[in-house]
Write a protein that binds this ligand. Structure first.
Ligand code: GDP
Length: 387
C-alpha cells in the first residue's frame, strides 16, 4: 500500500527491515534538528538489524526497530497456536495428508482431482483449489516432484505463492510527517473480533514505544465504547472522547483533530460499527467515516484493516469483496484461528482481492495477535502426519 510514499516495511521472517522513511515521537523538549538527527539514528539502527538480527533501540518514542523485534518473537509461536484446537480440527486439516499418502503417479489425473476435492472440503474456494492443483501439475510435469511427500511440498509452495503474490504481509502503512499520527481504521462485521483486535493492536504498538489513541467509532453497539475504554486502560492508550449521540464520522474527525493538535500521538486506532456487509445504508455510513478522517488529515487513513472471523469459512469472501469495494481495504486480520479449521478460506480472499493478510488472532488475550507469515501459516494448514 502507499501512503504518500511513506511506508515502513518490517520483515519478520528474515528480520530485515527496509524502509523508505521513519518517524519518531518528538519529546516536547527536543528541537526539530535534534529530533531529525535522532530519527535518522533510529533509521540506521533499524537497517542494521538486518545483518545481526538484534538491534539496540536508539532514541525514544516510536522505535520501529523495536517493533520489528516484537513481531519476530510473535512469529515463532505461529504454528503452535494457529489451528491448534480440537482433534476434529486437526482431523479435518490432515485430510490432504490422507490423499497424499495414497498418491500414485500412474493415477496422476485422478489423484489431482481427488486433491482438488479435498482442498474444497477444507474451505479453499474453487479458484484456489484449482490454482493450487495446477501449481502441483506444473511442478510434476517439470519433473520436480513425484512422491506424495514431494507433491505435498509442491502444494504448500503453490499456496504460499498465492499468499505472497498479494504483497508484503509484514508492512504497515505509517505517516511520516512530523507531528502527525498514523491512522488505522478497523472495519468488519459484528462479532468478528474487531474491538478485541484493536486492543491487541494497541498493545502491540505500545510495546514498540508508540503512543496510541483509541477511537470509539462503533456508535451502534452500546457496550463497544466501554469495551474499548477497558482495552485502552489495559494497554496504556489514550481514549478519545465525544459527547453521546455523536455520529461516527464526527467521532473520528474529532479524534484525528485531537491527535494532530496534541502532536504526541503516534497511532490512532479507530473502531467502527459492525456492518452487515449487505446493508448498503450502513456501508455508506462507513464510507462517510473514512471521508471524515481524510477531511481532517488528507493522507489518512494509512491502513484500513478488515477483520475477518476465521470460523466463517468461505462466507468471509463476500464480506471482503463488499468492504474492499466500499473503503479500500489495505490488509486483513484473520481472527479466531485458535480452534477452527476454516481459516484456509482466507487464501481465496487473498487470491481474488489481492489484499495481504497482516495479522492473525489466536485468542482473546492482548498477546494473542501474531504477525502473519505465509510459510508458517501453510505449515499449520497442512500439519505433518506425525505431529
Ligand atoms: P466485534 O463486534 O467485531 O467488535 O467483536 P469483539 O471484539 O467484541 O469480539 C467478539 C468475540 O470474539 C468476543 O467474545 C472476543 O473475545 C472473541 N474473539 C475476538 N478475537 C478472538 C480470537 O482471536 N480468538 C478467540 N478465540 N476469540 C476471539
Amino acid at each position: 500500500m502507499s501512503v504518500g510514499g511513506h511506508i515502513a516495511t518490517m520483515t519478520t521472517t528474515t528480520m530485515t527491515m527496509t524502509m523508505t522513511t521513519t518517524r519518531g515521537v518528538r519529546p516536547t523538549t527536543m528541537t526539530t534538528s535534534t529530533y531529525r538527527r535522532r530519527t535518522r539514528a533510529v533509521h540506521r539502527a533499524s537497517v542494521s538489524s538486518s545483518s545481526d538480527g538484534e538491534t539496540t533501540a536508539t532514541g525514544g518514542g516510536f522505535d520501529l526497530a523495536r517493533l520489528a523485534r516484537v513481531l519476530k518473537k510473535k512469529t515463532a509461536m505461529d504454528i503452535e497456536r494457529v489451528f491448534n484446537g480440537t482433534s476434529k480440527t486437526r482431523e479435518k486439516l490432515s485430510a490432504v495428508n490422507d490423499v497424499l499418502a495414497l498418491w500414485r503417479m500412474d493415477d496422476f489425473e485422478e489423484a489431482l482431482e481427488e486433491l482438488e476435492e479435498t482442498l474444497l472440503g477444507v474451505d479453499f474456494g474453487p479458484e484456489v483449489a484449482l490454482a493450487a492443483t495446477d501449481g502441483v501439475r506444473a511442478r510434476v510435469e517439470l519433473g520436480e516432484c513425484s512422491s506424495g511427500k514431494e507433491v505435498r511440498e509442491a502444494l504448500k509452495e503453490s499456496i504460499v505463492d498465492i499468499l505472497n503474490a498479494a504483497g508484503d504481509s509484514t508492512s504497515i502503512g505509517l505517516n511520516e510527517t512530523e507531528g502527525e499520527p498514523s491512522v488505522v481504521l478497523v472495519v468488519g462485521v459484528n462479532g468478528g473480533g474487531k474491538t478485541t483486535t484493536l486492543g491487541k493492536l494497541s498493545h502491540r504498538f505500545a510495546q514498540s514505544g508508540a503512543k496510541v489513541m483509541m477511537v470509539p467509532g462503533d456508535t451502534f453497539r452500546a457496550a463497544a465504547a466501554e469495551q474499548l475504554a477497558t482495552w485502552a486502560e489495559r494497554t496504556g492508550a489514550v481514549m478519545s472522547d465525544s459527547p453521546p449521540n455523536t455520529k461516527p464520522g464526527a467521532v473520528c474527525f474529532k479524534a484525528v483533530d485531537e491527535a494532530c493538535a496534541r502532536g504526541d500521538v503516534d497511532v490512532v486506532l479507530a473502531d467502527t460499527s459492525g456492518r452487515l456487509h449487505n446493508n448498503s445504508q450502513l456501508m455508506d455510513e462507513l464510507v462517510g467515516v473514512k471521508k471524515s478522517i481524510t477531511k481532517r488529515l488528507p493522507s489518512a487513513p494509512h491502513e484500513v484493516l478488515l477483520v475477518l472471523d476465521g470460523t466463517t469459512g468461505l462466507n468471509m469472501l463476500n464480506q471482503a469483496r463488499v468492504f474492499s469495494k466500499a473503503v479500500g481495504v489495505t490488509g486483513i486480520i484473520l481472527t479466531k484461528l485458535d480452534g477452527t479449521a476454516r481459516g484456509g478460506a482466507v487464501v481465496s480472499v487473498v487470491n481474488e482481492l489481492g489484499i495481504p493478510v497482516k495479522f492473525v488472532g489466536v485468542g482473546e488475550g492482548m498477546d494473542d495477535l501474531q504477525s502473519f507469515e505465509p510459510v508458517s501459516f501453510v505449515d499449520a494448514l497442512f500439519p505433518e502426519e506425525d505431529e
